[in-house]
Design a protein around this ligand. Structure first.
Ligand code: AMP
Length: 113
């Protein structure tokens, strides 16, 4: 289980966010330090630390997060975007509550840094 994080506080409504979508399983909001013209996060309400912590029982939830992100992207008329899930501090994870980044609105380079 994840410890209290900035994202669990957003889920609980203890701190505000620029919310794009919410349902019983997840919440999506704009990243506070956007790395592209469009940069939003989709996070589960379930306190999962990262993909490493996911179990088979989470497969529907994981699919739901991706599809919610896709629907938000489509609502923004996007056809090109990058999804990122950092797993662990060395990968760049700074908030230890699972989240999927959706980035768009500028050309993306490969390989990522
Ligand atoms: P990561 O580095 O993959 O753990 O991503 C964490 C992301 O959360 C970063 O892109 C931060 O800018 C973002 N972030 C941190 N605090 C907030 C917040 N209060 N509202 C929105 N995004 C946040």
């Amino acid at each position: 289980m994840a410890d209290t994080t900035i994202f669990s506080k957003i889920i609980e409504g203890e701190i505000p966010c620029d919310k794009l979508y919410e349902d019983e399983y997840c919440i999506a909001f704009n990243d506070i330090a956007a790395q592209a013209p469009i940069h939003f996060l989709v996070i589960p309400k379930k306190p999962i630390i990262n993909l490493l912590s996911c179990e088979d029982e989470d497969k529907n939830l994981l699919g739901h997060l991706l599809l919610v992100g896709k629907k938000i992207a489509i609502s923004k008329n996007l056809e090109n975007w990058r999804t990122v899930i950092n797993n662990g501090a060395e990968s760049g994870q700074t908030v230890f509550h699972l989240h999927i980044h959706f980035l768009a609105g500028r050309p993306m380079k490969w390989p990522p840094g």
